[in-house]
Design a protein around this ligand. Structure first.
Ligand code: P6P
Length: 336
C-alpha cells in the first residue's frame, strides 16, 4: 500500500497530542500562515504573467526599494491572519511599526513577525525566494499590545519557519520539537509532510558568504574564509566549495538539507550597524530552526537566540549552520 500522506493539519494535531507544544490557537496560526504562503507561491509562480514583477516605486523601513511582490506578500499575510482571533499583532520587514489586530476582530495571545518575501533582489530573475516567520507569545499582565511586547529574545519563540518558493514550494517549521518539512502538493492544494527530524551535519565543506565584501570584513572572518580558500594546502586540510544565492531562505534551506555555514558578518562599510540581516524576523527564526536541527547560530560572539532586542528592526551579524564550523569561526572572535 502506498505510504499515507500526512498533511500539515494532521502533523500539528498529532504533535499536540504527543507533547502539547501546539495549543489550538497556535495550530490555527500555523495553518493560516501556511495557507497565506500557498497564496504567495501562486502569485510568485505567475511572474510576468501576473504583472507582479518589478519595483513598486516605494521604499520600506529599511530604505530598500520595494518590489511589487514584497507588498503583495505582506498584504496576503496581514489579511489572512487579522480575523482569526489567534493574534494580538503582527510585525513585518515591510512595515515601520507593528500592525495591531483591528478592534472588529477578537484579539489573540500570539505575536507574528515576518519577512514576507526574503531575497527580493532575486524575484525578477526567477531565483528562489521565500517567506520567513517567527511566533512569540504576547506578554501577560497588561491590556492591549505595543511594540515593546515584541522585543523578546529569540529563545522565547514558540514557533518559527519559512516557506521557500523554488522548484518546489516547501514549508519548514519548528515548534521546539525538531524540524519538519512539508512540500506543497499542487494537485491537492495542501502541504504534505516530506521530511521530519532534519539534522544538519556537524562538519561541512561548503561556505556561504558574499565574497565581494571580503575587504570590509573583520579579521576573524577574513581568517576563517582565507583558511577555507587555502583548501588542502592550508590548515583545514580539505578543499571547500562556495555557494551564495543572496536569498537567506534558500541558502539556509540548502544548509538544513546538506550542511554548510552561512555568514553575513558585520563589515566596515556601515561600522555602526552590527550587520545587514534583521534579528527579529530573519536571524531569530532561522537560528532556532538551525539549532533545532543540531546546528549552531551566533553573531560571532554570542548565541543569536540569547540576544535581547532593543528595536523592532534591529540588525545583527549572522553565522549559522554546521556546528563545528560555527564553533570555529566564533572561537576566532574570542579575545586573545
Ligand atoms: P547581498 C536579501 O535581500 C537578504 O536580506 C538575504 O536574504 C540575503 O542573504 C542577503 O540579503 C543578500 O545580501 O548583500 O549579498 O545582496
Amino acid at each position: 500500500m502506498a505510504q499515507q500522506k500526512i498533511s500539515l493539519t494532521r502533523y500539528l494535531v498529532e504533535q499536540q497530542r504527543a507533547d502539547g507544544l501546539i495549543p489550538g490557537q497556535l495550530r490555527l496560526l500555523l495553518e493560516v500562515v501556511a495557507r497565506a504562503c500557498k497564496s504567495i507561491s501562486m502569485a510568485v509562480n505567475k511572474g510576468d504573467l501576473g504583472g507582479v514583477l518589478g519595483s513598486a516605486e516605494s521604499e520600506n523601513v529599511q530604505g530598500e526599494v520595494q518590489k511589487k511582490l514584497d507588498i503583495i506578500a505582506n498584504e496576503v499575510l496581514i489579511e489572512a491572519n487579522e480575523w482569526g482571533g489567534h493574534l494580538a499583532a503582527m510585525a513585518s520587514e515591510e512595515m515601520d511599526s507593528i500592525y495591531v489586530v483591528p478592534n472588529r476582530y477578537p484579539q489573540g495571545e500570539y505575536l507574528l513577525l515576518f519577512d514576507p518575501l526574503d531575497g527580493s533582489s532575486n524575484i525578477d530573475v526567477n531565483v528562489s525566494i521565500g517567506t520567513i516567520f517567527s511566533v512569540l507569545k504576547k506578554p501577560e499582565g497588561h491590556p492591549g499590545v505595543q511594540e515593546a511586547d515584541f522585543l523578546q529574545a529569540g529563545a522565547k519563540q514558540v514557533a518559527a519557519g519559512y516557506c521557500i518558493y523554488g522548484p518546489q514550494t516547501t514549508l519548514v517549521l519548528t515548534v521546539g520539537h525538531g524540524v519538519a518539512m512539508f512540500t506543497l502538493d499542487r494537485e491537492q492544494g495542501s502541504f504534505v509532510l516530506t521530511k521530519e527530524d532534519i539534522q544538519i551535519p556537524p562538519d561541512t565543506k561548503e561556505f556561504s558568504i558574499n565574497m565581494s565584501n571580503q575587504r570590509h570584513w573583520d579579521e576573524p572572518v577574513k581568517r576563517y574564509i582565507d583558511e577555507c580558500l587555502a583548501g588542502t594546502e592550508g590548515p583545514r586540510g580539505k578543499d571547500f566549495n562556495m555557494r551564495w544565492i543572496a536569498s537567506m531562505v534558500t541558502d539556509v534551506h540548502r544548509i538544513l538539507m546538506r550542511g554548510g555555514i552561512f555568514m553575513y558578518p558585520w563589515d566596515k562599510r556601515e561600522p555602526n550597524k552590527p550587520g545587514k540581516l534583521r534579528l527579529m524576523y530573519e536571524a531569530n527564526p532561522m537560528s532556532w530552526l538551525v539549532e533545532q536541527a543540531g546546528g549552531m547560530a551566533t553573531n560571532g560572539r554570542e548565541r543569536i537566540l540569547d540576544l535581547q532586542p532593543g528595536k523592532l528592526h534591529e540588525r545583527v551579524s549572522v553565522m549559522l549552520g554546521s556546528k563545528n564550523e560555527v564553533e570555529r569561526v566564533t572561537r576566532y572572535h574570542d579575545p586573545l
